[in-house]
Design a binder for this molecule. Structure first.
Ligand SMILES: [Zn+2]
Ligand SMILES: [Zn+2]
Length: 132
């Protein structure tokens, strides 16, 4: 196996500027990973590994939907049939308003769960060090 010197960029012949903080591959200033990112190889691995999060995204979405379905069902019976609210912001039917709110709530909540999971996973990836 030919191993190129650690003092040159792995993508060109320029002098090395900074190594990838994960796999320690060295790159010149032009090819160095941007702050908060890793080298192409590590980023590709990250995007493949991220697939493991998919079931958790699904669980998050199911929990969000279940929460709002439960909320909808438990609140709807107490609502009057018609409301006298402003037509611009309500449909005039509290049940429909509540339904729309619950759908929006479920969407926002699952998106938030997905974003936080992705964020935590990204943080862990960036904190990772080379294992080989
Ligand atoms: Zn280079
Ligand atoms: Zn790397």
């Amino acid at each position: 196996m030919i191993r190129r010197s650690n003092r040159t960029c792995q993508l060109c012949t320029e002098t090395a500027f900074a190594p990838c903080t994960r796999c320690e591959t060295t790159f010149c200033m032009e090819h160095a990973p941007m702050p908060g990112t890793r080298c192409l190889r590590c980023e590709l691995g990250y995007h493949n590994d991220k697939q493991v999060l998919r079931p958790y995204f699904r669980i998050g979405a199911v929990i969000s939907i279940a929460t709002f379905v439960w909320l909808f069902l438990s609140v709807k019976d107490g609502l009057p049939l018609r409301s006298g609210g402003m037509r611009a912001i309500t449909t005039g039917f509290p049940v429909i308003d509540l339904f729309i709110l619950c759908v929006l709530g479920a969407v926002v909540m699952s998106a938030a769960v997905g974003t936080s999971l992705g964020y935590i996973y990204r943080r862990r990836f960036l904190a990772e060090r080379s294992r080989d």
